[in-house]
Design a protein around this ligand. Structure first.
Ligand code: ZN
Length: 432
């Protein structure tokens, strides 16, 4: 199943890759249309000029073409070839200029002379081109014609939302950003994993409601928070998905709270994966967890990544392309998210119905020697004893797994067996 989903996510990324996205405009709409092929997303439009806390929804940006021509009329930089060539949010321009006049508008990466950088000018009305340093070094004194056919007008900010209603209104918030142009790991991997996770969770019974948001970075999260302030207390757990398709190890950045259930669940799942992983403390720099974890909200929202964005040189360059992500890593990221959601779903608290002394397991056929060959049902004797001992209405199954140093899934199985034999009862209140 996971290999198929990895191939499917990779194909989805390949389909989204050519679209020129930005924080507003038709690129986001075209992207959300493609997400709709998998899940019934609602698309929301918020007008330019709408105040959102200390910010304002910007003008809408769209682009059809851009190039630099030399005096011979040859296109030496062409947006049609790669949309990273234009500084994202560039104002329209058509003029002729000398190399000296052109140079302040050009951006390159001298350390990686073959890569094109990704640059933006969202809140500063200017224009520019990005090119490889190799290309830049070939420019000579000439009269250049620059053309950017873009528009920056009053329009809308677009975002996508999908609520999977569960048995309760308590929510798990899962978000990703949708504002980067042709970049695979940073942006498209998060969209692909979020989409397939939503589809998978939609096919099973859920206690929690799951809210998926496909947002333009920063301004999209602020816009959503500003218009949903009254309902954010429903969010009990959450994570931002970003950079989940590269071949590096899994990483989780804790929420600002640091010890929220979501922080503990990710730490548990990653530490038991058998693979290299990293837990990173919260810092106020990164993806949209910055907004969800701002002091006025302080939501239990972390960030799930593979290699953190500040550790790979391909980040925000043309080298974050279809060869930088792979189906296996995408499948592994999706499986991890699914596992985290399963732990959240099953993390209940139980009460032993025989709390005075140990119950006699032998007469119920539940006695199993410690350390012998595992019983046919796979439930370990020591795990049974831990669950019985700590099920006092005060410890969740995650508390038990942490203290007993065993897998949550094993604790969950032991619990089911003890419930079946009338030794445990679930407490009414869900542990938060
Ligand atoms: Zn980015």
């Amino acid at each position: 199943m996971s290999r198929i989903s990895g191939d499917e996510m990779y194909a989805f990324i390949a389909a989204l890759y050519p679209i020129c996205r930005s924080i507003t405009g038709n690129g986001v709409r075209a992207t959300l249309e493609q997400v709709k092929q998998y899940i019934p997303l609602s698309v929301h439009e918020v007008p330019s000029g709408t105040p959102v806390f200390d910010w304002t929804v910007p003008k809408e940006w769209n682009i059809t073409d851009a190039y630099i021509k030399n005096a011979d009329g040859e296109k030496i930089v062409d947006f049609q070839h790669c949309n990273l060539h234009v500084v994202n949010y560039s104002v329209p321009v058509k003029q002729k200029l000398s190399l000296a006049e052109l140079k302040p508008h050009l951006f390159t990466i001298p350390q990686h002379p073959q890569w094109i950088p990704y640059r933006t000018s969202y809140y500063n009305e200017t224009w520019g081109f990005c090119l490889s340093h190799q290309q830049f070094l070939q420019l000579h004194e000439d009269e250049y014609e620059v053309c950017i056919e873009s528009s920056l007008t009053n329009g809308n900010l677009t975002y996508g939302e999908y609520l999977l209603q569960g048995e309760t209104d308590e929510e798990v918030l899962i978000t990703c950003h949708v504002c980067h142009p042709s970049l695979c790991n940073d942006n498209l991997s998060g969209i692909a994993v979020a989409t397939m996770l939503a589809r998978a969770l939609g096919q099973q019974q859920r206690r929690y409601s799951y809210r998926f948001l496909f947002l333009p970075g920063t301004i999209g999260a602020l816009t959503w928070l500003a218009s949903h302030e009254a309902q954010v207390d429903r969010i009990k757990h959450g994570f931002v998905l970003a950079g989940v398709g590269d071949k590096g190890h899994l990483s989780y950045k804790r929420s600002r709270q640091g010890t929220a259930a979501i922080d503990r669940v990710f730490a548990h799942v990653l530490s038991r994966s058998g693979n290299a992983y990293e837990i990173i403390d919260f810092s106020p720099y990164g993806y949209d967890e910055r907004q969800f974890c701002s002091p006025g909200f302080n939501l239990p929202v972390g960030c799930f990544m593979r290699t953190p964005f500040d550790r790979y040189p391909e980040y925000h360059t043309s080298a974050d392309n279809l060869t930088f992500v792979d189906p296996q890593s995408l499948a592994d990221s999706l499986a991890t998210c699914f596992q985290v959601c399963s732990v959240l779903e099953d993390n209940l608290t139980y009460m032993s119905l025989n709390p005075k002394g140990e119950p006699q397991l032998g007469k119920r056929g539940l006695y199993r020697p410690i350390g012998g060959t595992p019983p046919p049902d796979g439930v370990d004797g020591l795990v049974l004893l831990w669950v019985l001992n700590l099920s006092d209405g005060q410890h969740s199954l995650l508390d038990i797994a942490e203290r007993a140093k065993c897998n949550f899934a094993d604790v969950n199985e032991a619990t089911k067996l003890l419930v079946k034999h009338g030794l445990l009862q679930q407490c009414e209140e869900r542990v938060r």
